[in-house]
Design a protein around this ligand. Structure first.
Ligand code: GDP
Ligand code: K
Ligand code: MG
Length: 281
């Protein structure tokens, strides 16, 4: 049988390459993605005597199509469909780092969160309840210190376990408020009926991207004129309606709701020892 593929995603400097090196050791090689100057690293890890392929994706804060790094990462995830994505998260910057995690969850890729830099978080007086974070997100969370090779066995085991259960994985659906939700549902209905093969992508994900005005997704839609004829006028109408009633663009409303979802979780998961000490004095 074909070995599993783990793709490493994460914000720049979260420790992806350190995790990659710890998992693969000397079994790695470097290349370039075709047409862009974005580096590509591939290697293999060993889990219970079996090879597991590991790919180090470019560092990204988001999964929009604004930079070559984001586009390369997103197209890899959608096109190559790795068996599991390990999102390397800087635990000392949890809120910001979870923005990418939420987008990976919304995309619907089978996911493990590598809660890296736990030593840095500790030095800063941050306590993070990894079990609670895992429970609230519905995703395995493995605390690590990649630079010291800590947590790597657990991480690999969690990743392989998720890879085994990947077919049951479902995308996360966050509410973006009733106006946006209604528009998304209307667009998703049209996309649902479209003939094109979407693979991993849910109609809802594509609908959100259309509302956000995602260039790459819009270009794809235009390749199918019958679909574009139906979808684009509705998309324009819904976007204009949202803009006039909410006085904001759909993409920034979506971002706000994502951050709301994240803050609701980090509030329950992160505590600061310094604050506790101040309360006591
Ligand atoms: P990438 O940009 O995500 O590939 O991040 P790197 O793996 O290059 O790591 C960025 C920096 O953080 C490097 O100096 C690493 O040595 C360091 N680093 C990685 N993981 C950890 C960790 O768990 N703890 C600490 N203290 N430093 C780390
Ligand atoms: K750093
Ligand atoms: Mg790197």
């Amino acid at each position: 049988t074909r070995p599993y593929t783990i793709a490493l995603a994460g914000n720049p400097n979260a420790g992806k390459t350190s995790v990659f090196n710890a998992l693969t050791g000397a079994r790695q090689h470097v290349g370039n993605y075709p047409g862009v100057t974005v580096e590509y690293k591939e290697g293999s890890a060993l889990h219970e005597g079996k090879k597991v392929a590991v790919v180090d994706l470019p560092g990204t804060y988001s999964l929009t199509a604004y930079s070559p790094e984001e586009l390369v990462s997103r197209n890899y995830l959608i096109g190559q469909r790795p068996d599991v994505v390990v999102d390397v998260v800087d635990a000392s910057n949890l809120e910001r780092n979870l923005y990418l995690a939420v987008q990976l969850m919304e995309l619907g890729v089978p996911l493990v969160i590598c809660l890296n830099m736990m030593d840095v978080a500790k030095t800063r007086g941050l306590r993070i309840d990894a079990a609670k974070l895992s429970q609230l997100l519905g995703v395995p969370v493995v605390p690590t210190v990649a630079r010291q090779n800590q947590g790597m066995d657990d991480l690999l085991a969690a990743a392989v376990q998720v890879a085994q259960s990947a077919p049951e994985w479902r995308p996360l659906n966050i509410s973006y408020g009733s106006d946006v939700d209604q528009g998304v549902a209307e667009l998703a209905d049209i996309l649902q009926g479209a003939q094109e093969r979407r693979g991993l992508l849910s109609a809802r994900w594509l609908a959100v991207k259309c509302l956000e005005g995602d260039q790459e997704v819009m270009d794809r839609v235009r390749e199918t004129p019958e679909l574009a004829d139906k979808l684009l006028p509705v998309c324009r109408r819904v976007a204009a309606h949202i803009k006039s009633t909410m006085d904001d663009d759909p993409d920034s409303i979506v971002a706000d709701y994502r951050y709301g979802y994240i803050t609701g979780i980090t509030r329950q998961v992160v505590s600061s020892e310094r604050e506790v000490r101040m309360d006591l004095s």
